[in-house]
Ligand binder design. Structure first.
Ligand code: MGD
Ligand code: MGD
Ligand code: SF4
Ligand code: MO
Length: 869
């Protein structure tokens, strides 16, 4: 067998190390890298199943101009010519790049250099604008530089961990496992602050289900409490921190416990318990993500958290820090090269001396001298015709920007659109004039930086498929064709890495903490062999901050007004992620195992609201906002607060006819960071009745278009499963079935229709539709895709002596369902998660489902208790 190649996970900002052993041209065995500092060998469900996503299904393998295949030369010449012409005619600010935290640092560096130093505009922004730009702005305000002052090791040294606006168990599962391990080892306390009761709250010491958007009130209330109880650190404040005029007066007025509890809409006793725990525990890490950043007051929310840490001296010490964790695998690398429109390069802003310095270093013909357009403004400028050529790389804004309907209109209208992606058809690339095939994970070669500043290598272990090329190569080819041959004459990622490292060190006598001087002369072999390392040591350990006077800054933050429900939009829409899907599902959507956890996009709603709206579990409902509407499957959940609903961000046009959350959020942004407030949009919900419902299972993964109201597709072993619902005659759905021997059972009275197509004894497709009855479990039928002697009995949808329904899949690694876990708990009297693991295997591999199992255990024990009473 081939040797394992050490690389880094394709997905989240935890940045887990992976040992990948290729077993064929497009197949690989994935294991956690035991030597990697982020994960020490662990992987979550998404990382574990990366091997299921490296096939070539849906890949873009050749450059395309319009619908036609083109040579690289033709495509690159066209891109260079169109950009040059547009710049000549309308100036540098008439073009833009929209890039991504999923690019490697080397890709990011050359894109930034091309736009800011050579085209001469700062119109390069990134999907990180939607993700952590409020944290960047908050760090800059407080520390003078965008430095994350924490590392994962702090999680093992803290006595209290506070998770604010973070569904860590699903979105940063290995960080969550490290937290749970620390709790087991040393009794670390855990507090979760989230309006929803997520799986992250399972087993937490406290969960504060605050009113959405009330985090500034909460944190300022906490600071007021610390001040009143003498928990602040006067010596640290005097030596290392500046406070703006009126700061303490503001904190001391109107932030008592009762007022705070009311603002946050939680029980004062619960709030007091949290305050007391905080006051008593100096080693505190406050970890935050999108519940904080994705708000129209996100930057103030970030600073409200940092204020508490600065005022109590809980920073720059082991186990004590505010910790912004990043979402994407290289969100941090993008920040380091300066890939946001609001930063210049290498942690420098647009101050004239920085513009001059970077211009000198790049020998740049025309430097951008001011910030460019931030993502939401950028797409508005496109809509208004001010941007005439756009290049999108490694992101899917037609799905992920707020008010995505408007974004689609802009993409349709722009005179010239280039999209570099690994996938042929995305909701964004369908509008492109030129599509460029990028190298994907397992093929690309370079570096990424994770949430705790650890830089790791992504290494290739597969050959480039078709004509796919790395992003850095594509960008430098265009730059050369635009006339800048020497400035972009790189032969390999290591050339770019060295230049990036040199720029971080260039005329940097300690003004900037980001300094990769030691990397500036690294050889090609050493770059290839590079071990993961963290830059910046323990930031601020000496109490010195990268501000002009060396002191950190408290920031006066104000709680925003929180509107009550509006007449037309009585509910508040919160949006976010599922455990086993990644964003627009272009990769996780290929993995049958990952599809099992949530097969359809749900709108989660509190029982009281469901009652008022006449909604039952598994109904279909339309969610509307002022921006648009989309249809979701109803899931009634008391984990929601009344008046608030939640939908996932993952579903797209490519895989569904509904469930598209991107159409719904309003495009309002934070005034400092420009980050959209994705987490609360006024919304309304109404029930949708359909005359029939059904499902379709097809061999193979080629997508089909289904003419009905509701259709969502997920990958299953050997094929795809579509859930369907609609009105009118369901017979027209049969057009989607392949040709072959047809068996059918049609009951006109009950309106049920079961059709199977068999080719050479193998199942090619089945369609089940009903107007009144129940539909059978899909599991057995899906299993028949692998059988080779299928006959007409397949329409019974169960085999002889077939197993009872397993229920919703909980453990994807071992394919264990809810019903199996409940039965095992009852029958075998299991009392804890390890016991269930022993009995069923569930939760013993990647561990991502352990919080879910704990939840089932708690509920089942409660039910059993009630039954006994
Ligand atoms: N499985 C999976 N993991 C991922 C990703 C993925 O797509 N799938 N994406 C990655 C990326 S890019 C990112 S950015 C991260 C995001 O990771 P997270 O930030 O953990 O994920 P979200 O689900 O967006 O939102 C987090 C929580 O914020 C809560 N929240 C909403 N409003 C408020 C509020 O006003 N106050 C507070 N305190 N909380 C609030 C929501 O209820 C939600 O549970 O995940 C990364 N990891
Ligand atoms: N309503 C709502 N919207 C949100 C959020 C939310 O919480 N709520 N979260 C926001 C956040 S935090 C984020 S990060 C965004 C994410 O949103 P997007 O960035 O739009 O989502 P992805 O699906 O990750 O898009 C990445 C694209 O790059 C392609 N790709 C993968 N690897 C490569 C590569 O190496 N090179 C190239 N060229 N292409 C590649 C993939 O096929 C895919 O099409 O969504 C944002 N939108
Ligand atoms: S936590 Fe999971 S998704 Fe994130 S880097 Fe690790 S294995 Fe990948
Ligand atoms: Mo993100």
């Amino acid at each position: 067998m081939a040797q394992a190649i050490r690389t880094t996970c394709a997905y989240c900002g935890v940045g887990c190390g992976i040992a990948a052993t290729p077993t064929g041209p497009r197949s690989v065995i994935i294991k956690g890298d035991e030597a990697h500092p982020a994960n020490g060998g662990r992987l979550c469900s998404k990382g574990t199943h990366l091997g299921e996503t490296v096939g070539l299904t849906g890949r873009l393998l050749h450059p395309m101009i319009g619908k036609r295949r083109a040579s690289w030369d033709k495509a690159l010449d066209l891109v260079a010519k169109k950009f040059r012409e547009t710049i000549e005619r309308h100036g540098p600010d008439s073009v833009a790049f929209y890039v991504s935290g999923q690019l490697l640092t080397e890709d990011y560096y050359v894109a930034n250099k091309l736009m800011k130093g050579f085209i001469g505009s700062a119109n390069i922004d990134t999907n990180s604008r939607l993700c952590m730009s409020s944290a960047v702005a908050g760090h800059n305000r407080a520390f003078g530089e965008d430095v994350v002052p924490a590392s994962y090791d702090d999680l093992e040294q803290a006595d209290l961990i506070i998770l604010v606006g973070s569904n860590t168990a699903w979105c940063h599962p290995i960080v969550y496992q490290r937290i749970q391990a620390a709790r087991a080892a040393r009794g670390t306390k855990l507090v979760v602050i989230d309006p929803r009761r997520t799986e992250t709250c399972e087993g937490a010491d406290l969960h504060l289900p605050i009113r959405p958007g009330s985090d500034v009130a909460l944190m300022t209330g906490l600071l007021a409490w610390c001040d009143a109880q003498g928990v602040t650190d006067p010596a640290y404040l005097a030596d290392h921190v500046n406070a703006p005029d009126g700061f303490w007066d503001h904190v001391r007025t109107g932030h008592d416990l009762w007022t705070t509890a009311q603002a946050c809409d939680i029980d004062p006793a619960l709030l007091k318990a949290f305050f007391e725990l905080f006051a008593a525990t100096p080693r505190t890490v406050t970890l935050f993500s999108q519940g904080i950043n994705q708000s129209i007051r996100g930057t103030d929310q970030v600073n409200a958290i940092i204020n508490v840490h600065l005022a109590t001296g809980r920073i720059g010490k082991p186990g004590a820090a505010p910790f912004s964790i990043t979402g994407q695998p290289n969100a941090m690398g993008g920040r380091e090269v300066g890939g946001l429109a609001s930063t210049l390069a290498a942690h420098m802003d647009f101050a004239p001396e920085n513009v001059a310095r970077v211009g000198r270093f790049w020998a740049a013909p025309q430097m951008a001298s001011k910030p460019g357009l931030k993502a939401v403004d950028l797409f508005r400028a496109i809509d208004e015709g001010r941007i005439k050529a756009l290049w999108i790389m490694a992101t899917n804004p037609a799905v992920s920007l707020p008010d995505a309907g408007r974004v689609r209109d802009a993409l349709e209208a722009i005179p010239f659109l280039v999209v570099s992606d690994i996938i042929a058809d995305t909701d964004s690339s369908t509008h492109a004039h030129v599509r460029l095939p990028a190298a994907g994970w397992g093929e690309k070669d370079g570096t990424v930086t994770n949430s705790d500043r650890t830089i790791s290598r992504q290494r290739p272990f597969m050959a480039l498929p078709g004509e796919a090329r790395p992003d850095w190569w594509i960008i430098t080819q265009v730059a050369r064709r635009m006339g800048w041959k020497n400035a972009f004459a790189y032969d390999r990622p290591a050339d770019i890495w060295r230049e990036h490292a040199r720029l971080t060190a260039y005329q940097n006598e300690g003004q900037r903490l980001l300094n990769l001087r030691a990397q500036a002369a690294i050889g090609n072999d050493a770059y290839d062999a590079m071990d993961s390392f963290r830059w910046g040591g323990v930031p601020f350990a000496d109490g010195h901050f990268p501000t002009p006077d060396g002191k950190a800054r408290l920031v006066l933050t104000k709680q925003m007004d929180l509107q009550g429900p509006l007449r037309d939009w009585p509910l508040t829409l919160n949006t976010g992620r599922y455990r086993d899907q990644w964003h627009t599902m272009t990769r996780t959507g290929l993995a049958p195992k990952l599809a099992r956890h949530r097969e359809e996009p749900l709108v989660e709603i509190h029982p009281q609201d469901a009652d008022v709206l006449g909604l039952a579990d598994r109904d279909l409902a339309r969610v509307s906002t002022a921006q648009g509407n989309s249809i979701f499957r109803v899931s009634i959940s008391d984990g929601q607060r009344p008046g608030e609903i939640f939908t996932p961000i993952h579903w797209t046009d490519q895989i569904s006819s509904g469930g598209r959350t991107g159409l719904l959020p309003r495009p309002l942004v934070d005034p400092h960071s420009g980050q959209p407030g994705f987490k609360s949009t006024p919304a309304a919900v109404e029930k949708i009745s359909t005359q029939w419902q059904g499902f379709l299972i097809l061999r193979g993964q080629e997508p089909v278009n289904l003419p009905c109201l509701w259709a969502t597709r997920v990958a299953v072993p050997g094929g795809a499963l579509y859930e369907l619902a609609g009105n009118g005659d369901a017979a027209r759905l049969e057009a989607c079935l392949p040709r072959g021997e047809r068996v059918e059972a049609i009951d006109h009275v009950r309106g049920s229709r079961r059709v199977a197509i068999i080719q050479d004894g193998r199942l090619a497709g089945v369609l089940f539709v009903t107007r009144t009855g129940l539909l059978p479990s899909r599991d057995w039928l899906i299993g028949q895709l692998a059988a080779d002697d299928v006959g007409a009995t397949v329409l019974a949808a169960r085999g002889p002596g077939s197993q009872p329904d397993k229920g919703a899949t909980i453990c994807v690694c071992f394919d264990i369902g809810l019903n199996q876990i409940v039965a095992a708990i009852r029958d075998q009297k299991l009392v804890d998660v390890p016991a269930i693991g022993k009995a069923l295997g569930a939760g013993t591999n990647c561990g991502s489902c352990r919080p879910a199992i704990a939840n089932i255990l708690a509920q089942t024990s409660q039910e059993t208790l009630h039954a006994a009473e």
